[in-house]
Design a protein around this ligand. Structure first.
Ligand code: FES
Length: 263
């Protein structure tokens, strides 16, 4: 057992060793070549406005095309977005997803109802999973009454895990505005579709802009409970993420940007 004097002396020597090591490391750092700067690029997008929660931005829109028979498809290259919208999905570690690669072979951009096992188990408890028996079918405008929403997959036939690219389709329950103005510009640019009766269909990227969980519309029992009672905030008629309470407003579209790894 060391005496108190030996113990204190040992501590001083150990401290000196750490300091010396730090000095050497510091000197080595000065000599080391600068690491290459990460290649980043700015990605502009239209998206739902963030209402509450710890995210720094809202969730992007997926541009839509509607066929004469009402089938809804994603539009990877609307005219006003240089490089197309595949870049909008390049966050939350989906940067390398095969369906986001420009050369991904697909001749079918249609959106199909899609749900993971977890979602199929939890969403019906929220009481509005009308799409549960349609999983795998092509989404159609005729399925969406005002206020209805559904989870879908895009360009993902035969894909698994991170390679499944998902979106949430919503028929807006009311008037949608763009930067507090009319939505017409967003519609003309192909980022929102009109129904024959004048309703608005929007598609949203599902990856939460906070820590990448999955946002949903009318899917979360928690969102339903939180919306009940006098004075409660209505997070049911919103894009909602269970994890840390991020809420985005599907009726308010904004132009914004984020920074993603370069291709
Ligand atoms: S709120 Fe945190 S991941 Fe969605």
């Amino acid at each position: 057992m060391p005496t108190r004097r030996e113990f204190v002396r040992g501590c001083i020597i150990a401290s000196a060793g750490v300091a010396a090591a730090g000095g050497l490391y510091g000197a080595a750092s000065l000599l080391a070549p600068e690491p290459p700067a990460p290649q980043l690029r700015r990605v502009d997008y239209f998206g739902a406005a963030l209402v509450t929660g710890p995210a720094v931005r809202g969730v992007p829109l997926l541009p839509l095309l509607v066929a004469p028979d009402g089938a809804i498809a994603g539009n990877p290259a609307p005219r006003s977005v240089p490089g197309g919208v595949l870049g909008w999905y390049r966050y939350c570690a989906h940067e390398q997803s095969l369906p986001l690669q420009p050369g991904f072979p697909t001749d079918d951009e249609r959106l199909r109802y899609f749900a993971t096992k977890d979602k199929l188990e939890s969403a019906p408890m929220a009481g509005d999973a009308w799409w549960a028996d349609k999983v795998g079918e092509v989404a159609n405008v005729a399925d969406f009454a005002p206020g209805k929403g559904a989870p879908v997959a895009w360009r993902s036939a035969g894909m698994q895990g991170k390679n499944i690219i998902t979106a949430t389709l919503v028929r807006a329950p009311g008037e949608v505005v763009y930067e507090d103005r009319d939505l017409q510009r967003v519609v003309e640019e192909g980022f929102a579709a009109r129904t024959a009766s004048g309703g608005t269909i929007l598609g949203f990227v599902t990856f939460c802009p906070h820590f990448c969980c999955v946002m949903g519309w009318h899917e979360s029992p928690l969102a339903k409970r939180r919306s009940e009672g006098p004075g409660a905030q209505n997070v049911w008629d919103a894009l909602y993420c269970n994890c840390h309470d991020v809420v985005c407003d599907a009726l308010r579209i904004r132009r914004d940007f984020f920074v993603s790894p370069a291709r």
